[in-house]
Write a protein that binds this ligand. Sequence first.
Ligand code: HEC
Length: 384
Amino acid sequence: MASLARVEAREASEAEAAKAEQKARQEAVQAQIAAAVDAAVAEERAKAEDNAAEAAPTSPGGGGNVAPDIDWNAVPATDLTLFYPGQASFEWVQNGKTHGGARPLTKGGDACTTCHAKEVTAIGTKIVAGGEIEPTPIPGKRGTIDAAIQAAHDDENLYVRLQWPDAGHNPAPFIDGGKMDPDNQVKVAMMITGTGIEMGETTGCWASCHADNTYMPFDPGAEAIAANADVAGRLEAKDTITKYLTESRTKVEVKGRRGKAQGGWDKLKPAEEIDQLLADGTFLDLLRVYADGSSSNGYLLDRRVANDGEMAAEASLSGGVWTVVFSRPLKSGAPGDVPLEPGKVYTVGFAIHDDYAAARFHHVTFDTSLALDDETAQINVSKQ
Ligand code: HEC
């Protein structure tokens, strides 16, 4: 009993210390963002005086071009720590052999955050250093990114702003030139979970992250993909397999017993069934912003589909802080767009591809809740 009490006391004080450290880091990030915002505002003022004309406020100071009427100062920020996930796939998290939380996750209805909300930093720091779920580490890469996320809406649109500190360049040793995506120093993604996805609400992005995707351990390779011309054609796949939902396959191998490959890239359901899933809202809505402010609005179901959905975005680096703002209609009615309605709580996930990264070499959030005008959601999309 005495030793149990000692363990509990130690765990409590460790948790307290971790919380304090997290808080201090987030405050430092907030201070850095505030300084960058002040600098940008001052720069705009100076420009306006130079031109002796009214300068339109640009991000990160004012509403910018994407959200000109949004006063970001009035929108509360949610501090989210994005962590480096390595090769921890949807199969990996469901397999009791690899993941301690597999059973409560698959059978008990627990969410990733039920168990991991407080240890995001520890997990990211450990994985990025290399090991079982990161066989090709990038030396110097950060394990976590502290980001401030704000969301607002008017009668038509959703507006989201992410801000986070830039970090130095650490070349990927397995890529010529060290930059996986030399055109994009950063990219931002937000996914919104649709309906009818098994564990969709509790796992967020993980529902689409499979062990046979690009740079994942069971990536089938170009030859095997080419050898299955029918499926390859339907997936428009050449070298690798994009993210997909288990719902789009007749079978997905989770345990990988007797040397079976994990995943199910080639077990594609017939096209009519995929069409029905799309019509039923069974997909992950995927909004993407690139470093130059260009964007794409698509979805994940049988593969990653860029469907030219309505979306606007801008991205900038100022005072060592990245600011990305994007918007899309609350309800576009278009296939592949999750309609955002008052009174509903959505599971979303964010990803930042930092430092010219591509594919899985990103930082991500666990399941995150988002709702319109609802203070109980992690991200409260407030009306303006
Ligand atoms: C019921 C609790 C529980 C749930 C739910 C849960 N996990 Fe875990 N997770 C664990 C335990 C226990 C470990 C092993 C911890 C250790 O080794 O220190 C672990 C380990 C991990 C690790 C490896 C961490 C490391 O230090 O190497 C990752 C990554 C991870 N979980 C991701 C997830 C994701 C993603 C989800 C949701 C899809 C999830 N977990 C849901 C309990 C849980």
